[in-house]
Design a protein around this ligand. Structure first.
Ligand SMILES: Cc1cc2nc3c(=O)[nH]c(=O)nc-3n(C[C@H](O)[C@H](O)[C@H](O)COP(=O)(O)OP(=O)(O)OC[C@H]3O[C@@H](n4cnc5c(N)ncnc54)[C@H](O)[C@@H]3O)c2cc1C
Length: 251
């Protein structure tokens, strides 16, 4: 979306190299899922890619055959499948790339290093290519979860231990006679349960929260105008984080 917004706002001034290590630019961990059981955790009315068009995603959903008969308000309240959101973002990226073919190159290679050299940056890729850029945006997304505390290294070497909860083999290789233990009771746990039970509805699963949290349902909060009183440009990332944390605590 950074690339899309740059091209929409300053087409005369940018030339973009977009690097993606997978074959699917635009999806990332969250939207690379093949099951429609994995839902967005934000209602459709709040998932528009364009702040100036808050219902953009709702309108995009409405033109799909499965949503055609529903009204906008109803669609806006839905938690749509994440795979559809991945398609939505990919379509936006592709359309923008088609409109500006000379200004954006999508390079399906993993960047392995980025070094400053005078006024420019030099990027190396795993394929052995080298590129230069004036500015670099790091949009590398979510990293895999860390090792849970207190678990010995020998445990993590086991073929029965899955560090990556989004690895499809984690949900496909369960055995009937052994229950599955999921460490964590949040949204990722829900993803894993959906993945396992799609293949094995009878699978026994135990979910454990290291911090002792119960499974919490989604709550509806209204707008929080207090935060606006504290936000004044020029914005600094560390100040924004402090303000947001304070407001979240207050809510
Ligand atoms: C399971 C899950 C569910 C989520 N659900 C929601 C939701 O419902 N609603 C919501 O708003 N947010 C959700 N999020 C948060 C969501 O991830 C972010 O909102 C958003 O997708 C993050 O986008 P991103 O571009 O920062 O990272 P990503 O979408 O992860 O994209 C990063 C991309 O960079 C690529 N990359 C990384 N390193 C390199 C490299 N060295 N070279 C080349 N390419 C590289 C990766 O392959 C990836 O495609 C969810 C997150 C997860 C993990």
């Amino acid at each position: 979306m950074t690339a899309v917004h740059l091209l929409r706002s300053w087409p005369a001034h940018v030339s973009i190299l977009l690097f993606e290590s997978t074959n699917e630019p635009g999806k990332g961990v969250a939207y690379t899922t093949n099951t429609s059981g994995h839902l967005l955790n934000v209602a459709a009315r709040n998932m528009s890619a364009f702040p100036e068009e808050p219902l953009h995603f709702v309108h995009w959903l409405k033109q799909l055959p499965e949503y055609h008969l529903r009204n906008e308000e109803e669609i806006g309240q839905l938690f749509a499948p994440r795979l559809l959101f991945g398609r939505y973002i990919q379509e936006i990226l592709q359309r923008t790339a088609n409109e500006h073919p000379d200004l954006i190159s999508i390079i399906k290679q993993r960047v392995t290093s980025c070094k400053k050299n005078g006024d420019e940056f030099i990027l190396q890729t795993a394929a052995g290519n080298s590129f230069s850029a004036d500015k670099v945006v790091l949009a590398t997304g979510n990293f895999l979860p860390g090792k849970p505390k207190g678990i010995p290294a020998s445990f993590t070497l086991s073929t029965r231990y899955f560090k990556n909860p989004w690895d499809p083999s984690a949900v496909k290789s369960t055995e009937d006679k052994h229950p599955v233990l999921i460490v964590g009771t949040g949204l990722t746990m829900v993803d894993v349960v959906i993945g396992i039970t799609e293949n094995k509805p009878q699978q026994k699963i135990i979910a454990l929260s290291p911090k002792g949290y119960e499974i919490l349902s989604h709550k509806q909060y209204g707008h929080q105008p207090a935060i606006l009183e504290e936000l004044h440009p020029p914005y600094r990332l560390d100040q924004l984080v402090t303000i947001f944390r304070k407001q979240i605590k207050a809510v």
